[in-house]
Design a protein around this ligand. Sequence first.
Ligand SMILES: Nc1ncnc2c1ncn2[C@@H]1O[C@H](COP(=O)(O)OP(=O)(O)OP(=O)(O)O)[C@@H](O)[C@H]1O
Length: 250
Amino acid sequence: MSETMVGTEPVISVRGLGVKFTLGRRNQGLRELILRPGRAKQFKAKSFWGLRDVSFDVHAGEAIGVVGRNGQGKSTLLKMVAGVMIPDEGSVAVTGVVAPLIELTGGFVDDLTGRENIYLAAGLRGMSKATIDERFERIVDFAEVRDFLDTPFRHYSSGMKVRLAFAVMSQLDGNILLVDEVLAVGDKAFREKCYRRIRELLDEGRTLFLVSHNDGDLRRFCTRGLYLREGRLVADGPLEDILKRYAAEG
Ligand SMILES: Nc1ncnc2c1ncn2[C@@H]1O[C@H](COP(=O)(O)OP(=O)(O)OP(=O)(O)O)[C@@H](O)[C@H]1O
């Protein structure tokens, strides 16, 4: 954290955050199910904490890399900051607006054209029609889908889908940028373009949360790291220290 941040209010404040998941676990194999159908409805619910006792503050302009092995709570943490999940314990306070570059194509509709999806996705995230009109060309240029604008989204290649979704989301005005593995998708040229766009957004003073398994991507943007293990925040500090610790334990 720089000297100027000391004393300023955090843009994200997470306190004692806990999220509990319940998995429906079938108690019988298929054989049992067929041979003894009367007992086929026996299930055992299994609960576990996806996140537990997580606390930290983030100040405006910080760029944070979130690391941890598969299934340790990284995406869940970003979803909590995005406000798309409700905590079972603790709290997440966010000042400002979040631009979530997570589950990118989630809000896109297969039957609508690229053009319609741009208006729908940006509109749903609070962008006015006038602003979308104004940024439309920029979005289309970035996504390189001009020839497919009036084609239904379902006919886009998977790379084209992600390109269009990233192009829309990265034009949102949110002061907090959440990026979850989108850089792992797409070809090299598109990744470079995403890097440039993220750098621009950072230079404008946005706050970044980046989940990645790629140390190069983390080092490129982030100065601070959060290390999650089994839903617990086991380390929070300078990115290099966090990467070292993760490498030693991972
Ligand atoms: N809605 C849900 N219901 C039940 N379990 C869930 C749900 N969402 C996540 N989980 C579980 O919570 C744990 C943490 O998941 P999460 O997606 O946050 O991990 P991650 O660290 O992002 O993993 P990866 O590196 O594989 O993307 C996993 O065991 C996952 O299966």
